[in-house]
Write a protein that binds this ligand. Structure first.
Ligand SMILES: Nc1ncnc2c1ncn2[C@@H]1O[C@H](COP(=O)(O)OP(=O)(O)O)[C@@H](O)[C@H]1O
Ligand SMILES: [Mg+2]
Length: 415
């Protein structure tokens, strides 16, 4: 089953390469060969073999150094290395393993044993790749599940946030329709008077008085200012609802395989709108978003989720601090360009993170919150998304009694 695998064999003695090559080729393996350490590195990087058989004793660069360099390069780090050597001192064996080799074969080697080892390690590498793929798949499923879970947690708040503007949109719409009715009635009376006057008829007794009374009752000036205000409120309410809906859409975005370029400032605004109900009772929100920030390539649903997680954390710590007082804290979000990064800061006036807690905050399921309030998934998700999915960085600055600032950096170039 591994017959088509490509092996790189490295030995400074041509006869050894010949013997070894003969045995392996007979099994159907594809071969690349190198006669020095430097050549081995060059070939390994170019052909990316499935396994390397590496002589230890070579002039200039020995096998250990080759192995060290292969393991240091992410492109070749995963390729299994088997050392071939006449030296069998335990020390060397240990050093080889420490450098990341998977096995050792003594020279002169026994062909069936060598073949068996090669086959075993090819199989193991295949299994490992498969496992890694599965872990990756599970991780992305987990991310999606966490997103849905936090959407669920936000749902009640979102309903409330949509409901209240809808209610005042409704009230203002009622008022507008009443006002329009009054204006229409006035217009009818006015028209009557006008037509009689124009036809040269005497205006019917009482009509002028009626008109004056109606004008007085309707208070046209008042109607005009109030309807203008009411319209403004309707527009404001609509804007609020639209923002929340956009935030939900962004948050729920399943996220394809490809990143899309988005306006990070806009994303921040909609993410804070979605979780408004979580912070509005304890904090004021300050946004300082740099309008010259270029579009950022990212998975918008995931970044949205990160912003929500950070803002909710900020709201929680502020809630602890202002509990029992009338006061409110402040959550400040700012964006800017920092070199080749888009930088986003989320600062709170909360309690700060105690030194003994700091090393653990990004751990999956680590929480200092009571059951039901925290699950310990927020920051681990932030780190996974920003670092692993976007090649970005997450850091924080904190001071007890003053507050904490989380800093996210996302690469501006295609990551
Ligand atoms: N802004 C913050 N201020 C103080 N502590 C924080 C802040 N953000 C996170 N933490 C700490 O980090 C822990 C882990 O956070 P997180 O992963 O979001 O999980 P959770 O919020 O569910 O506890 C929190 O329980 C809290 O102790
Ligand atoms: Mg949290």
């Amino acid at each position: 089953m591994h017959q088509g695998s490509r092996l790189l064999i490295v030995d400074d003695t041509p006869q050894n390469l010949q013997v070894l090559g003969g045995i392996l080729r007979e099994q159907g393996y594809k071969l690349s060969v190198a006669q020095s350490g430097a050549q081995a590195l060059e070939v390994a990087r170019r052909v990316l073999p499935d396994l390397v058989l590496l002589d230890v004793m070579m002039p200039e660069m020995d096998g250990f150094e080759v192995c060290r360099q292969l393991k240091a390069d992410p492109a070749t780090a995963e390729i299994p290395v088997i050392f071939l050597t006449a030296k069998t001192e335990a020390e060397d064996v240990v050093l080889g393993f420490e450098l990341g080799a998977v096995d050792y074969v003594g020279k002169p080697f026994n062909p069936p044993e060598l073949l068996k080892r090669v086959q075993t390690h090819l199989e193991l590498a295949l299994l490992r790749r498969d496992l890694e793929r599965q872990v990756e798949e599970k991780t992305s499923q987990l991310l999606q599940a966490q997103r849905l879970e936090s959407m669920g947690q936000l749902a009640a708040g979102i309903a409330h946030e949509v409901n209240s503007p809808m209610q005042f949109i409704g009230n203002n719409a009622d008022f507008l329709s009443q006002a329009l009715e009054e204006l229409a009635a006035l217009r009818r009376q006015y028209h009557q008077v006008y037509q009689q006057a124009r036809a040269g008829q005497p205006v019917a007794p009482g009509l002028l008085e009626e008109l004056a009374a109606a004008l007085e009752a309707a208070d046209v000036d008042y109607l005009v200012t109030e309807t203008t205000k009411a319209l403004g409120k309707v527009q404001e309410g609509v804007k609020r609802v639209v923002e929340i809906v956009e935030g939900m859409r962004e948050l729920a975005h399943p996220g394809g395989r490809e990143k899309v370029v988005v306006d990070l400032n806009h994303l921040v605004q909609s993410a804070t709108a979605v979780c408004r109900n979580e912070w509005k009772y304890v904090a004021d929100l300050g946004l300082d978003l740099d309008s010259s920030l270029p579009p950022v390539p990212c998975f918008p649903g995931e970044i949205s989720q990160c912003v929500v997680n950070l803002v909710v954390n900020a709201a929680h710590t502020i809630a602890d601090v202002v509990k029992g007082t009338e006061g409110k804290g402040k959550i400040s979000l700012s964006s800017r360009v920092a070199g080749t990064w888009a930088e986003l800061r989320v600062a709170d006036t909360g309690a700060g993170i105690p030194p003994e807690v700091q090393p653990r905050i990004f751990e999956f399921l680590f929480t200092t919150k009571e059951f039901g309030k925290g699950t310990g998934q927020g920051l681990s998700l932030v780190q996974r998304v920003v670092r692993d999915h976007h090649g970005g960085e997450v850091s924080f600055e904190t001071e007890m009694g003053k507050g904490t600032t989380f800093v996210l950096r996302l690469p501006l170039g295609p990551g």
